[in-house]
Ligand binder design. Structure first.
Ligand code: HEC
Length: 366
């Protein structure tokens, strides 16, 4: 019997990651930074949760849930190439992110949310504190319980709504009733209290994990968006096998229309040159704009006008491979220049553009 148990243990032994490679984690995190920011700090609104400082095992579990489709975010899976990451890659990026501690960093403090924080405290102490998210709201990493303090308020609300609707699983229990009795205003109170927990006591700037330099092994997958150091500001993805230019262009137009992003311009660079008798590799540039959101963002800070209209280029490289290329807009997540609602608009614009690019690369059928 003992032997059998021993044998089972061996069989059930979870994936044993070899030593964590933080450099690999940092390279992979560049793709995550497209939407979550360089520090994994996320942004206000429901589309860019904070992922820095989440417990490593919790991160691994979530990433596997996104890969298996248990949680759904196609743009995230494609843009980060999650499907093609190895288990080691996932361990590395999870370890990297879990080491980033944003607590007490005045740049990343969660602003106090509106709601009755005192009433929220009572709810929190009754339900959330017990052995799980803890009195300080920073969770129990050892048990894989994530912090709530430091998470963006709108994302917490979005998550709680997801638990109520059983679209997301809370506490590993698909029927977990914790949030069922909560009204919208109680949810607001609860997150108002949680937002008050992320108050700096000893301000300091967070640092990215230190990396011992070793052989650089970039995670190379053909399906993933690549962000190269030499062209730091560019995100690009090849057209997938079997997707031709016309498929890509159609798919991009379709997705843009679905997202209410208007295609406001198209420049057929190589075709125009061909008319003058000059032959160059294929290149066309597509411009997108959501006029209302753009004007909102620019009203807040004219600098952002430099990024508008948003562009995606379709270009052929020397080997005849077609690529979709756009500016790496992670600086829109990283900047501290727009606040609140407008930051949400910026993040949305960034993610919509990525979605259009991914639709093009995969030639998505409607
Ligand atoms: C295209 C944008 C995009 C990219 C790139 C991206 N994510 Fe996300 N991520 C999202 C969005 C949007 C959500 C929220 C989805 C939801 O909860 O429904 C999310 C949610 C998450 C969550 C869940 C947080 C929680 O508390 O439940 C984790 C963890 C996460 N992402 C990690 C990563 C990692 C690690 C990478 C890089 C390997 C990455 N993401 C790349 C957009 C992105």
């Amino acid at each position: 019997m003992r032997l059998l148990v021993a044998a089972l243990c061996v069989l059930w032994l979870p994936f044993e990651a070899s030593a964590v490679d933080l450099l690999n984690g940092r390279l992979i995190n560049k793709r995550c930074a497209l939407c979550h920011g360089t520090f994994g700090q996320g942004a206000p609104g429901p589309n860019s949760p904070r992922i820095a400082g989440l417990p490593k095992d919790y991160l691994i579990e979530i990433l596997n849930d996104f890969i298996s489709g248990k949680r759904d975010s196609e743009a995230m899976v494609m843009a980060s190439g999650l499907n093609s990451l190895t288990e080691q890659d996932i361990h590395d990026v999870a370890a990297y992110l879990s080491e980033i501690d944003l607590r007490n960093d005045p740049r990343f403090v969660i602003p106090a949310a509106s709601g009755d924080a005192e009433a929220g405290e009572t709810l929190f102490m009754g339900e959330c504190r017990r052995g799980c998210h803890q009195r300080d709201g920073y969770g129990t990493p050892r048990k894989g319980v994530p912090p709530l303090a430091g998470q963006h308020t709108a994302y917490l609300v979005y998550s709680i709504k997801g638990f109520q609707a059983r679209e997301r699983v809370h506490d590993d229990d698909p029927e977990d009733p914790t949030f069922d009795p909560l009204s919208d205003s109680q949810i607001a109170d609860l997150v108002a209290f949680v937002s008050s927990l992320d108050t700096p006591t000893a301000p300091r700037y967070a640092e990215l994990p230190e990396i011992e330099l070793q052989t650089v092994m970039a995670p190379t997958t053909r399906t993933a968006i690549r962000i190269d150091d030499v062209v730091q500001t560019v995100a690009r993805i090849p057209l997938q096998w079997g997707v031709d230019r016309q498929d890509a262009i159609k798919a991009m137009s379709r997705r843009a229309a679905e997202l209410d992003m208007k295609m406001i311009g198209r420049q057929d660079v190589s075709d125009d040159l061909a008319k003058q008798g000059i032959t160059v590799p294929y290149m066309a540039i597509f411009q997108y704009c959501d006029a209302f959101e753009s004007s909102e963002i620019v009203a807040n800070n004219p600098t952002f006008a430099a990024y508008m209209p948003c562009r995606i280029a379709l270009v052929e490289d020397a080997e005849g491979q077609d690529w979709l290329v756009m500016m790496n807009l992670d600086m829109l997540v990283n900047h501290r220049l727009v606040e609140g609602q407008r930051a949400t608009a910026v993040i949305r614009a960034n993610q919509q553009l990525l979605e259009i690019m991914i639709a093009g690369a995969t030639g998505e059928e409607p």
